[in-house]
Ligand binder design. Sequence first.
Ligand SMILES: NC(=O)c1ccc[n+]([C@@H]2O[C@H](COP(=O)([O-])OP(=O)(O)OC[C@H]3O[C@@H](n4cnc5c(N)ncnc54)[C@H](O)[C@@H]3O)[C@@H](O)[C@H]2O)c1
Ligand SMILES: [Zn+2]
Length: 378
Amino acid sequence: MKSRGIEKVLVTGGAGFIGSHTTDLLAERGYQITILDNLEPQVHRGKKPSYLNKEAKFLQGDVGNRETLKPLVKEADAVIHLASAVGIGQSMYQIEKYVDSNTKSTATLLDVLVNEEHEVKKVVVASSMSIYGEGEYFCERCESKAHPGLRSESQLKKSLWEHPCPACGSPLKPIPTPEDKPLMPASIYAMSKRHQEEMCLLIGKTYGISTIALRYFNVYGSRQSLSNPYTGCAAIFTSRILNNREPYIFEDGNQTRDFIHVRDVAEANLKALETSRADHQAVNIGSGQPRTIYELAENLITATGSHLIPKISNTYRKGDIRHCYANVTRAKELLDFTAKVSLTEGLKELIQWASQNRWGAVDLFDKAYGELKEKGLA
Ligand SMILES: NC(=O)c1ccc[n+]([C@@H]2O[C@H](COP(=O)([O-])OP(=O)(O)OC[C@H]3O[C@@H](n4cnc5c(N)ncnc54)[C@H](O)[C@@H]3O)[C@@H](O)[C@H]2O)c1
Ligand SMILES: [Zn+2]
Protein backbone atom coordinates (compact mmCIF):
# COMPACT_ATOMS: atom_id res chain seq x y z
CA MET A 1 0.00 0.00 0.00
CA LYS A 2 1.50 3.31 -1.04
CA SER A 3 0.60 6.29 1.06
CA ARG A 4 -0.10 9.98 0.75
CA GLY A 5 1.34 10.62 -2.66
CA ILE A 6 4.61 8.82 -2.04
CA GLU A 7 5.78 6.95 -5.11
CA LYS A 8 9.37 7.95 -5.73
CA VAL A 9 11.80 7.12 -2.96
CA LEU A 10 15.43 8.14 -2.73
CA VAL A 11 17.42 5.60 -0.69
CA THR A 12 20.83 6.85 0.39
CA GLY A 13 23.24 4.04 1.22
CA GLY A 14 20.92 1.77 -0.77
CA ALA A 15 23.76 -0.47 -1.97
CA GLY A 16 24.53 -1.42 1.63
CA PHE A 17 23.25 -4.19 3.83
CA ILE A 18 20.05 -2.62 5.21
CA GLY A 19 19.60 -0.39 2.14
CA SER A 20 19.53 -3.25 -0.35
CA HIS A 21 16.95 -5.24 1.61
CA THR A 22 14.87 -2.09 2.02
CA THR A 23 15.12 -1.45 -1.73
CA ASP A 24 13.96 -5.00 -2.52
CA LEU A 25 10.92 -4.58 -0.31
CA LEU A 26 10.07 -1.16 -1.76
CA ALA A 27 10.38 -2.53 -5.30
CA GLU A 28 8.11 -5.43 -4.39
CA ARG A 29 5.51 -2.91 -3.20
CA GLY A 30 5.70 -0.95 -6.44
CA TYR A 31 7.72 2.11 -5.40
CA GLN A 32 10.11 3.77 -7.85
CA ILE A 33 13.51 3.79 -6.24
CA THR A 34 16.67 5.77 -6.78
CA ILE A 35 19.77 4.71 -4.88
CA LEU A 36 22.58 7.10 -4.06
CA ASP A 37 25.61 5.28 -2.66
CA ASN A 38 29.31 6.08 -2.81
CA LEU A 39 30.26 2.35 -2.68
CA GLU A 40 32.51 2.87 0.31
CA PRO A 41 35.63 0.75 -0.45
CA GLN A 42 35.76 -0.81 3.02
CA VAL A 43 32.25 -2.19 2.52
CA HIS A 44 32.16 -2.94 -1.21
CA ARG A 45 35.81 -3.35 -2.16
CA GLY A 46 35.30 -1.08 -5.15
CA LYS A 47 32.56 -3.14 -6.79
CA LYS A 48 28.89 -2.52 -7.35
CA PRO A 49 27.24 -5.42 -5.49
CA SER A 50 25.58 -8.07 -7.68
CA TYR A 51 22.48 -8.14 -5.48
CA LEU A 52 21.42 -4.58 -6.37
CA ASN A 53 17.76 -4.57 -7.37
CA LYS A 54 17.46 -4.23 -11.15
CA GLU A 55 14.35 -2.09 -10.88
CA ALA A 56 16.13 0.59 -8.86
CA LYS A 57 17.99 3.43 -10.52
CA PHE A 58 21.55 3.45 -9.17
CA LEU A 59 23.85 6.41 -8.92
CA GLN A 60 27.33 6.21 -7.44
CA GLY A 61 27.99 9.38 -5.48
CA ASP A 62 28.34 10.96 -2.09
CA VAL A 63 25.42 12.34 -0.07
CA GLY A 64 27.76 15.11 1.00
CA ASN A 65 27.98 16.33 -2.60
CA ARG A 66 25.30 18.95 -2.96
CA GLU A 67 25.32 19.05 -6.76
CA THR A 68 24.83 15.27 -6.96
CA LEU A 69 22.09 15.34 -4.37
CA LYS A 70 20.02 18.29 -5.62
CA PRO A 71 18.40 16.70 -8.72
CA LEU A 72 17.75 13.45 -6.84
CA VAL A 73 15.94 15.23 -4.02
CA LYS A 74 14.02 17.28 -6.59
CA GLU A 75 12.61 14.11 -8.11
CA ALA A 76 11.78 12.32 -4.84
CA ASP A 77 8.59 12.13 -2.75
CA ALA A 78 10.45 10.61 0.19
CA VAL A 79 13.99 9.99 1.39
CA ILE A 80 15.21 6.98 3.35
CA HIS A 81 18.58 8.15 4.63
CA LEU A 82 20.79 5.16 5.45
CA ALA A 83 24.19 6.28 4.14
CA SER A 84 26.78 6.26 6.93
CA ALA A 85 30.22 5.06 7.76
CA VAL A 86 29.56 2.26 10.26
CA GLY A 87 32.39 1.25 12.59
CA ILE A 88 32.22 2.09 16.30
CA GLY A 89 35.86 1.33 17.17
CA GLN A 90 37.19 2.74 13.90
CA SER A 91 35.34 6.01 14.47
CA MET A 92 37.56 6.62 17.51
CA TYR A 93 40.65 7.06 15.32
CA GLN A 94 39.10 8.14 11.99
CA ILE A 95 37.25 11.02 13.56
CA GLU A 96 37.20 13.37 10.62
CA LYS A 97 35.96 10.65 8.26
CA TYR A 98 33.04 9.72 10.53
CA VAL A 99 31.95 13.28 11.20
CA ASP A 100 32.25 14.06 7.51
CA SER A 101 30.44 10.99 6.22
CA ASN A 102 27.66 11.02 8.78
CA THR A 103 27.11 14.42 10.38
CA LYS A 104 28.28 16.63 7.52
CA SER A 105 26.57 14.61 4.74
CA THR A 106 23.30 14.71 6.66
CA ALA A 107 23.74 18.46 7.02
CA THR A 108 24.06 18.67 3.22
CA LEU A 109 20.88 16.63 2.75
CA LEU A 110 18.96 18.87 5.15
CA ASP A 111 20.36 22.02 3.60
CA VAL A 112 19.09 20.84 0.21
CA LEU A 113 15.69 19.99 1.70
CA VAL A 114 15.39 23.44 3.25
CA ASN A 115 16.78 25.58 0.44
CA GLU A 116 15.99 23.84 -2.86
CA GLU A 117 12.77 23.11 -4.67
CA HIS A 118 11.30 19.62 -4.06
CA GLU A 119 8.19 17.61 -3.18
CA VAL A 120 9.66 15.48 -0.37
CA LYS A 121 6.96 14.66 2.17
CA LYS A 122 8.75 12.13 4.29
CA VAL A 123 12.22 11.47 5.66
CA VAL A 124 13.17 8.24 7.42
CA VAL A 125 16.62 8.45 8.99
CA ALA A 126 18.68 5.53 10.28
CA SER A 127 19.63 6.14 13.88
CA SER A 128 21.18 3.59 16.20
CA MET A 129 20.97 1.98 19.63
CA SER A 130 24.57 3.06 20.07
CA ILE A 131 23.35 6.56 21.01
CA TYR A 132 22.11 5.20 24.35
CA GLY A 133 25.55 4.12 25.48
CA GLU A 134 24.63 1.66 28.23
CA GLY A 135 21.06 0.40 28.25
CA GLU A 136 18.57 0.91 31.07
CA TYR A 137 19.13 -0.93 34.38
CA PHE A 138 17.22 -1.56 37.60
CA CYS A 139 18.44 -2.02 41.16
CA GLU A 140 16.21 -4.47 42.98
CA ARG A 141 17.48 -3.44 46.38
CA CYS A 142 16.98 0.30 45.83
CA GLU A 143 13.86 -0.37 43.73
CA SER A 144 14.93 2.25 41.24
CA LYS A 145 16.13 2.61 37.67
CA ALA A 146 19.77 3.37 36.97
CA HIS A 147 21.61 4.87 34.00
CA PRO A 148 25.27 4.03 34.48
CA GLY A 149 27.93 5.51 32.25
CA LEU A 150 30.77 3.45 30.83
CA ARG A 151 32.65 1.13 33.17
CA SER A 152 35.95 2.51 34.38
CA GLU A 153 39.18 1.07 33.12
CA SER A 154 40.18 -0.02 36.61
CA GLN A 155 36.94 -1.99 36.88
CA LEU A 156 37.53 -3.65 33.50
CA LYS A 157 41.13 -4.47 34.39
CA LYS A 158 39.80 -6.50 37.34
CA SER A 159 37.41 -8.36 35.00
CA LEU A 160 34.46 -6.99 36.95
CA TRP A 161 32.17 -6.91 33.96
CA GLU A 162 28.77 -6.10 35.48
CA HIS A 163 27.64 -2.67 36.65
CA PRO A 164 27.25 -2.19 40.39
CA CYS A 165 24.39 0.03 41.60
CA PRO A 166 25.87 3.50 42.15
CA ALA A 167 23.83 3.84 45.37
CA CYS A 168 24.12 0.43 47.10
CA GLY A 169 26.74 -1.51 45.14
CA SER A 170 24.58 -4.57 44.41
CA PRO A 171 24.58 -5.81 40.78
CA LEU A 172 22.27 -3.91 38.46
CA LYS A 173 19.79 -5.84 36.32
CA PRO A 174 19.42 -4.84 32.66
CA ILE A 175 15.84 -3.98 31.66
CA PRO A 176 14.39 -3.01 28.24
CA THR A 177 15.71 0.38 27.09
CA PRO A 178 12.98 2.89 26.20
CA GLU A 179 13.41 5.83 23.82
CA ASP A 180 13.40 8.36 26.65
CA LYS A 181 16.49 6.92 28.34
CA PRO A 182 19.08 9.72 28.53
CA LEU A 183 21.38 9.50 25.52
CA MET A 184 25.04 8.83 26.34
CA PRO A 185 26.83 8.12 23.05
CA ALA A 186 30.22 6.55 23.77
CA SER A 187 31.93 6.82 20.38
CA ILE A 188 32.31 9.33 17.56
CA TYR A 189 30.15 7.01 15.45
CA ALA A 190 27.38 7.09 18.09
CA MET A 191 27.67 10.87 18.40
CA SER A 192 27.34 11.21 14.65
CA LYS A 193 24.23 8.98 14.70
CA ARG A 194 22.75 11.17 17.42
CA HIS A 195 23.50 14.22 15.29
CA GLN A 196 21.89 12.63 12.25
CA GLU A 197 18.78 11.79 14.24
CA GLU A 198 18.42 15.11 16.03
CA MET A 199 19.21 17.27 13.00
CA CYS A 200 16.67 15.42 10.85
CA LEU A 201 13.93 15.53 13.52
CA LEU A 202 14.50 19.22 14.16
CA ILE A 203 14.51 20.29 10.52
CA GLY A 204 11.57 17.98 9.72
CA LYS A 205 9.47 19.49 12.48
CA THR A 206 10.46 23.07 11.72
CA TYR A 207 9.65 22.82 8.01
CA GLY A 208 6.70 20.42 8.21
CA ILE A 209 8.40 17.46 6.54
CA SER A 210 7.23 14.25 8.25
CA THR A 211 10.41 12.78 9.70
CA ILE A 212 11.05 9.60 11.66
CA ALA A 213 14.29 8.38 13.22
CA LEU A 214 14.58 4.62 13.60
CA ARG A 215 17.01 3.46 16.25
CA TYR A 216 18.06 0.08 14.90
CA PHE A 217 19.53 -2.38 17.38
CA ASN A 218 22.06 -5.03 16.24
CA VAL A 219 21.06 -5.87 12.69
CA TYR A 220 22.25 -9.14 11.10
CA GLY A 221 21.51 -11.16 7.97
CA SER A 222 22.55 -11.73 4.38
CA ARG A 223 24.61 -9.09 2.55
CA GLN A 224 26.20 -7.67 5.69
CA SER A 225 29.74 -6.95 4.61
CA LEU A 226 31.83 -9.98 5.58
CA SER A 227 35.00 -8.20 4.57
CA ASN A 228 34.40 -5.15 6.77
CA PRO A 229 35.88 -6.11 10.14
CA TYR A 230 34.53 -3.01 11.85
CA THR A 231 30.83 -3.88 11.74
CA GLY A 232 28.50 -6.22 13.59
CA CYS A 233 29.62 -9.28 15.52
CA ALA A 234 27.28 -11.70 13.68
CA ALA A 235 29.16 -10.96 10.43
CA ILE A 236 32.55 -11.00 12.14
CA PHE A 237 31.88 -14.36 13.83
CA THR A 238 30.52 -15.78 10.57
CA SER A 239 33.67 -14.77 8.67
CA ARG A 240 35.84 -16.40 11.29
CA ILE A 241 33.82 -19.61 11.46
CA LEU A 242 33.85 -19.95 7.66
CA ASN A 243 37.63 -19.50 7.82
CA ASN A 244 37.68 -22.26 10.45
CA ARG A 245 38.72 -19.99 13.28
CA GLU A 246 36.88 -19.78 16.58
CA PRO A 247 34.84 -16.63 17.34
CA TYR A 248 36.86 -14.35 19.61
CA ILE A 249 34.72 -13.08 22.48
CA PHE A 250 35.56 -10.02 24.54
CA GLU A 251 34.88 -10.05 28.31
CA ASP A 252 33.17 -13.26 29.52
CA GLY A 253 30.58 -13.62 26.77
CA ASN A 254 27.63 -12.84 29.05
CA GLN A 255 27.19 -9.31 27.76
CA THR A 256 23.87 -8.98 25.92
CA ARG A 257 22.60 -7.32 22.76
CA ASP A 258 19.34 -7.25 20.84
CA PHE A 259 19.69 -8.95 17.43
CA ILE A 260 17.20 -8.10 14.72
CA HIS A 261 17.12 -9.62 11.27
CA VAL A 262 17.60 -7.28 8.31
CA ARG A 263 14.28 -8.30 6.72
CA ASP A 264 12.49 -7.08 9.83
CA VAL A 265 14.41 -3.80 9.63
CA ALA A 266 13.38 -3.38 5.97
CA GLU A 267 9.76 -3.92 7.05
CA ALA A 268 10.17 -1.27 9.78
CA ASN A 269 11.52 1.18 7.19
CA LEU A 270 8.48 0.55 5.00
CA LYS A 271 6.11 1.03 7.93
CA ALA A 272 7.84 4.29 8.81
CA LEU A 273 7.36 5.44 5.23
CA GLU A 274 3.68 4.52 5.13
CA THR A 275 2.50 5.43 8.63
CA SER A 276 2.09 8.94 9.95
CA ARG A 277 1.54 8.19 13.63
CA ALA A 278 5.28 8.05 14.37
CA ASP A 279 6.11 11.29 12.55
CA HIS A 280 8.65 13.51 14.32
CA GLN A 281 9.61 10.75 16.77
CA ALA A 282 12.48 8.38 17.40
CA VAL A 283 11.49 4.71 17.55
CA ASN A 284 13.46 1.65 18.71
CA ILE A 285 13.69 -1.10 16.12
CA GLY A 286 14.77 -4.26 17.90
CA SER A 287 13.49 -7.72 18.76
CA GLY A 288 13.07 -6.84 22.44
CA GLN A 289 14.96 -10.06 23.32
CA PRO A 290 18.37 -9.86 25.03
CA ARG A 291 20.88 -12.49 23.84
CA THR A 292 24.36 -13.10 25.18
CA ILE A 293 27.27 -12.78 22.78
CA TYR A 294 28.30 -16.31 23.74
CA GLU A 295 24.84 -17.58 22.76
CA LEU A 296 25.15 -15.83 19.39
CA ALA A 297 28.55 -17.43 18.73
CA GLU A 298 27.28 -20.87 19.75
CA ASN A 299 24.18 -20.56 17.59
CA LEU A 300 26.29 -19.59 14.59
CA ILE A 301 28.65 -22.50 15.15
CA THR A 302 25.69 -24.90 15.36
CA ALA A 303 24.11 -23.43 12.24
CA THR A 304 27.31 -23.98 10.23
CA GLY A 305 27.74 -27.54 11.55
CA SER A 306 31.23 -26.61 12.78
CA HIS A 307 32.83 -27.97 15.97
CA LEU A 308 34.70 -24.84 16.95
CA ILE A 309 34.50 -23.59 20.53
CA PRO A 310 34.18 -19.82 21.03
CA LYS A 311 37.23 -18.26 22.63
CA ILE A 312 36.32 -16.34 25.77
CA SER A 313 39.18 -13.87 25.90
CA ASN A 314 38.49 -11.97 29.13
CA THR A 315 40.00 -9.01 27.31
CA TYR A 316 38.00 -5.87 26.70
CA ARG A 317 37.61 -2.93 24.38
CA LYS A 318 37.38 0.59 25.76
CA GLY A 319 33.95 2.04 25.11
CA ASP A 320 32.05 -1.27 24.93
CA ILE A 321 28.77 -1.34 26.80
CA ARG A 322 27.67 -4.33 28.84
CA HIS A 323 23.94 -4.66 28.11
CA CYS A 324 21.35 -2.98 25.92
CA TYR A 325 18.10 -4.31 24.49
CA ALA A 326 15.05 -2.57 23.14
CA ASN A 327 11.82 -1.61 24.75
CA VAL A 328 9.63 -2.19 21.70
CA THR A 329 6.35 -0.68 22.94
CA ARG A 330 6.59 2.49 20.85
CA ALA A 331 7.34 0.54 17.65
CA LYS A 332 4.29 -1.63 18.28
CA GLU A 333 1.99 1.26 19.18
CA LEU A 334 3.03 3.84 16.61
CA LEU A 335 4.31 1.74 13.70
CA ASP A 336 2.40 -1.48 14.33
CA PHE A 337 5.83 -3.10 14.03
CA THR A 338 6.99 -6.30 15.70
CA ALA A 339 10.06 -8.26 14.63
CA LYS A 340 9.04 -11.59 13.13
CA VAL A 341 12.22 -13.47 12.14
CA SER A 342 13.47 -15.74 14.94
CA LEU A 343 17.19 -15.82 15.72
CA THR A 344 17.46 -19.47 14.62
CA GLU A 345 15.75 -18.78 11.31
CA GLY A 346 17.69 -15.55 10.78
CA LEU A 347 21.11 -17.06 11.47
CA LYS A 348 20.32 -19.92 9.10
CA GLU A 349 19.64 -17.36 6.37
CA LEU A 350 22.91 -15.52 7.16
CA ILE A 351 25.00 -18.69 7.08
CA GLN A 352 23.38 -19.95 3.90
CA TRP A 353 24.14 -16.71 2.15
CA ALA A 354 27.66 -16.42 3.56
CA SER A 355 28.54 -19.96 2.51
CA GLN A 356 27.52 -19.17 -1.05
CA ASN A 357 29.55 -15.97 -0.93
CA ARG A 358 32.69 -17.32 0.66
CA TRP A 359 34.85 -15.06 -1.45
CA GLY A 360 33.53 -12.22 0.68
CA ALA A 361 34.25 -13.90 3.99
CA VAL A 362 37.74 -12.58 4.53
CA ASP A 363 38.61 -12.84 8.18
CA LEU A 364 40.01 -9.40 8.88
CA PHE A 365 39.33 -9.54 12.60
CA ASP A 366 43.03 -9.56 13.45
CA LYS A 367 43.54 -6.40 11.40
CA ALA A 368 40.73 -4.54 13.17
CA TYR A 369 41.72 -5.81 16.63
CA GLY A 370 45.37 -4.94 15.93
CA GLU A 371 44.37 -1.37 15.07
CA LEU A 372 42.41 -1.01 18.31
CA LYS A 373 45.41 -2.29 20.30
CA GLU A 374 47.76 0.04 18.48
CA LYS A 375 45.57 3.02 19.42
CA GLY A 376 45.30 1.84 23.03
CA LEU A 377 41.57 1.08 22.66
CA ALA A 378 41.78 -2.64 23.48
N1 LIG B 1 23.95 -2.77 10.79
C1 LIG B 1 23.57 -2.40 12.02
O1 LIG B 1 23.61 -3.20 12.96
C2 LIG B 1 23.10 -0.99 12.27
C3 LIG B 1 22.65 -0.68 13.56
C4 LIG B 1 22.22 0.61 13.83
C5 LIG B 1 22.19 1.55 12.82
N2 LIG B 1 22.63 1.24 11.56
C6 LIG B 1 22.59 2.27 10.53
O2 LIG B 1 21.93 1.76 9.38
C7 LIG B 1 22.45 2.38 8.21
C8 LIG B 1 22.84 1.33 7.20
O3 LIG B 1 23.87 0.53 7.75
P1 LIG B 1 24.33 -0.86 7.14
O4 LIG B 1 24.53 -1.78 8.28
O5 LIG B 1 23.44 -1.24 6.03
O6 LIG B 1 25.79 -0.48 6.63
P2 LIG B 1 26.45 -0.62 5.16
O7 LIG B 1 27.85 -0.17 5.30
O8 LIG B 1 26.19 -1.96 4.59
O9 LIG B 1 25.61 0.44 4.33
C9 LIG B 1 25.90 1.80 4.31
C10 LIG B 1 25.98 2.21 2.85
O10 LIG B 1 26.17 3.61 2.79
C11 LIG B 1 27.15 3.89 1.82
N3 LIG B 1 27.74 5.19 2.22
C12 LIG B 1 28.50 5.47 3.30
N4 LIG B 1 28.78 6.78 3.36
C13 LIG B 1 28.17 7.35 2.28
C14 LIG B 1 28.10 8.67 1.78
N5 LIG B 1 28.69 9.69 2.42
N6 LIG B 1 27.41 8.89 0.63
C15 LIG B 1 26.81 7.87 -0.02
N7 LIG B 1 26.84 6.60 0.41
C16 LIG B 1 27.51 6.34 1.55
C17 LIG B 1 28.11 2.72 1.83
O11 LIG B 1 28.80 2.55 0.60
C18 LIG B 1 27.16 1.57 2.11
O12 LIG B 1 26.70 0.97 0.91
C19 LIG B 1 23.60 3.26 8.67
O13 LIG B 1 23.11 4.58 8.79
C20 LIG B 1 23.96 2.71 10.03
O14 LIG B 1 24.53 3.70 10.87
C21 LIG B 1 23.08 -0.03 11.27
ZN1 LIG C 1 20.97 -0.07 44.60
